[in-house]
Design a protein around this ligand. Structure first.
Ligand code: UD1
Length: 424
């Protein structure tokens, strides 16, 4: 059986959608839960039921710990029995990168398959390795395996990241939690998921300050405590996707369980395009007549508009009333594989380096297309919602990596979306 997403476009959206917990936070926090020294369990709440989280849990089990999953909660307990992250599991998700920092701190060594994740351009780990090396880990990459061994004691120090990488910032925080002394991370990433990780580590007894700024200080401790429950923040990328869907389709949708500040960069772009956004403490209402103005935007590290939303924003540019919109991605150089698929649907896109020029004023039309990564396939779903006729999208497995129940959530809002099983 083969699965496709079938979308019949042209419906307005209305109602309320509850946004799930953040994928990227969940992956970092699950890694942090492995750092306890007192053997007590760590329970994470509001964890999204997605396949990337399932893979992360499989890796933790492979390392010897117990993981139980029930109703949005994940409990991590027990001890590490080994420090080998199998290549096949590590290659499935980007979050496997966090076991470099965790295992260096908890086991003094690691043998980890090279981290995988979306194919969106080169994704080196040199910043991670340079930081770990500075803390006293001898690292090398050999045959797709990242190997590291602490020589002497893992020691806190001052680390300057040459780029504010989200993953490297988290990895340094994880390693620093159990290192001797104080680690200062300069040019740290400022994403909300980093603040979430910092809050969890603090709840586990690690002294963390400055998370959310470009200088984070972590004071390592020999006693990282479990016996806590911690609720993960809402997924600002999922929230962004529903907000953009409403902007494109027209209608009025309330996004519940979110932190509006985390979506502020996108909200401000939507307002520029002519959309009304009403904010409350934990929700926003997006109201659109579907008539959008062209725009210019750069996808940047937080507090810029998230690069993960670049494909969805490109769909929005195709749905403007007319004129040219420009999108520049300053984070990843090749998050553009979805463009050819949008062109099949009638989009007019010029692609130059990391910049797109997209013409509005054309109605997309449904056809058979393929999404090659999480954010691409969700953006193509949005394209389908706005298109004339039926759009059939391959790549359901990518959708399941990042969004829980997305088809059901869209149906609740009045969209005609279904995941169909087809005979091969
Ligand atoms: C994380 C997110 C991803 C998001 C990205 C940027 C997870 C699981 N994934 O990915 O959804 O799109 O942040 O917000 O949380 N770089 C290097 N060397 C390194 C590390 C990164 O050159 O050692 C470069 C990358 O190639 C990229 C840029 O830095 O061009 C940003 O990458 P980074 O912030 O590290 O992204 P990830 O942590 O992999």
């Amino acid at each position: 059986m083969r699965e496709i997403i079938s979308v019949h476009g042209g419906r307005r959206l209305s109602g309320t959608v509850a946004v799930d917990g953040s994928k990227n936070s969940a992956l970092a926090c699950l890694a942090a839960a492995c750092l306890v020294t007192d053997g007590e369990p760590v329970v994470l709440e509001n964890v999204p039921a997605i396949s990337d989280v399932a893979v992360m849990c499989d890796i933790i089990r492979e390392l010897g710990k117990d993981v139980t999953v029930s109703d949005g909660k994940i409990c991590v307990s027990g001890d590490f029995l080994n420090s080998d992250v199998p290549k096949a599991l590590a290659g499935k998700i980007r979050g496997s990168m966090y076991f470099l920092g965790v295992l260096a701190a908890a086991a003094g060594e690691f043998h980890c398959g090279f981290p995988g994740g979306d194919q969106i351009g080169e994704r080196p780990i040199d910043i991670h390795l340079a930081g770990l090396q500075k803390m006293g880990v001898d690292c090398e990459v050999c045959d797709g395996i990242v190997e590291g061994k602490v020589s002497g004691t893992l020691t806190g120090c001052r680390i300057y990241l040459r780029y504010p990488s989200v993953g490297a910032t988290c990895n340094m925080m994880l390693a620093a939690s159990r290192a001797a002394g104080r680690t200062v991370i300069e040019n740290a990433a400022r994403e909300p998921e980093i603040v979430d990780l910092g809050n969890l580590l603090s709840a586990m007894g690690v002294r963390v300050s400055g998370a959310g700024t470009d200088r984070i200080t972590v004071t390592g401790t020999e006693s990282v405590r479990g016996g806590i429950s911690y609720e993960i923040i809402a997924d600002r990328i999922e929230a962004g996707m529903f907000a953009i869907a409403t902007a494109i389709c027209g209608g009025s949708v309330r996004l519940d369980n979110i932190i509006p500040y985390h979506s502020f960069p996108l909200i401000s772009l939507l307002c520029e395009c002519g959309v009304t956004v009403e904010e409350d403490d934990n929700s926003i209402v997006v109201i659109s007549d579907g008539r959008l103005q062209p725009f210019k935007v750069e996808m940047m590290p937080f507090p810029g508009v998230a690069t993960d939303l670049q494909p969805a924003v490109a769909v929005m540019a195709s749905c403007t009333q007319g004129g040219i919109s420009t999108i520049t991605d300053l984070v990843f150089q090749n998050r553009f594989q979805y463009i050819e698929e949008l062109k099949h649907m009638g989009a007019r896109i010029e692609h130059m380096g990391n910049k797109l020029e997209i013409r509005g004023g054309l109605r997309l039309h449904g056809c058979r297309i393929h999404g090659g990564d999480i954010r691409a396939v969700s953006a193509l779903l949005l394209a389908g919602l706005s298109a004339e006729g039926e759009t059939q999208i391959e790549g359901v497995e990518h959708l399941r990596r990042g969004y829980p129940q997305i088809d059901a959530k869209f149906r609740e809002l009045g969209a005609d979306v279904a995941i169909l099983k087809l005979a091969e």
